[in-house]
Design a binder for this molecule. Structure first.
Ligand SMILES: C[S@@+](CC[C@H](N)C(=O)[O-])C[C@H]1O[C@@H](n2cnc3c(N)ncnc32)[C@H](O)[C@@H]1O
Length: 208
């Protein structure tokens, strides 16, 4: 029998935002891969586990090895279809070997919290990656939802957007630790964001 990889979206963090099917799949896993935080939260003492760290090739090798004898469950934050390890897995395994269970994305929760629709947004990530300036340029009625990190933090992104023609008084929401007890959401403007510290790993929503 061919064993499979199930890539499970675990949502933004709090178990309140984890789908029951995702929870069941994780609890039934015999081989579990995920961030340290996810493994601390969900791994049982008996499960065979591997932390997703900087060594992605090591993680892939672990999965390949265990697939010979077992199914493997890979936990990713948010939704697997939105900037997760799913891309790297698809590049290395057959489509028939991968099943995906969706999760609530941090971007989805951010838009829900601020009561905005996201169907008309450009959703992208500057977390560990770059984005061509053309797609970020200001246009009337444009809306952006951006995942940030310590390098591409809101302060730096705000400076870049202003240089790309966005009005300084454009509305910004910085949403961090979504779903956690210390969740923090601040409404502000692009100009003010250029001098705001912190919010390194957040969802930054920008509307003109
Ligand atoms: C590698 S991406 C993963 C995105 C994930 N697949 C999703 O659908 O949310 C990591 C980035 O997602 C955002 N993120 C993930 N969880 C978050 C949360 N609970 N609150 C705010 N932002 C979060 C941050 O921008 C973080 O740098």
């Amino acid at each position: 029998m061919e064993h499979i990889i199930t890539v499970v979206g675990i949502g933004p963090g709090s178990p309140d935002y984890l789908l029951p099917v995702a929870y069941r799949t994780i609890k039934n896993a015999t081989v579990l891969v995920g961030s340290k935080r996810a493994l601390d939260a969900f791994a049982t003492d008996t499960v065979n586990k591997k932390v997703i760290d900087g060594d992605i090739e090591g993680v892939i090798a672990f999965i390949k090895d265990h697939l010979l004898t077992d199914d493997v469950v890979v936990m990713v934050s948010g939704d697997p279809g939105f900037y997760s390890m799913l891309g790297a897995l698809k590049a290395r395994f057959l489509k028939s070997q991968i099943t995906v269970i969706p999760g609530i994305s941090s971007a989805q929760l951010a838009y829900a919290r601020i009561g905005e629709v996201w169907q008309d947004s450009l959703l992208t990530s500057l977390h560990g990656r770059e984005q061509h300036s053309d797609s970020l340029k200001y246009e009337v009625n444009k809306k952006l939802g951006i995942l940030t990190d310590g390098v591409n933090n809101p302060q730096r992104i705000a400076q870049r957007l202003i240089a790309l023609g966005w009005p300084e008084d454009s509305h910004v929401w910085l949403c961090e630790y979504l779903s956690y007890e210390n969740e923090r959401i601040i409404p502000t403007t692009l100009k003010e964001t250029t001098s705001i510290d912190g919010f390194s790993h957040c969802v930054m929503v920008v509307t003109a």
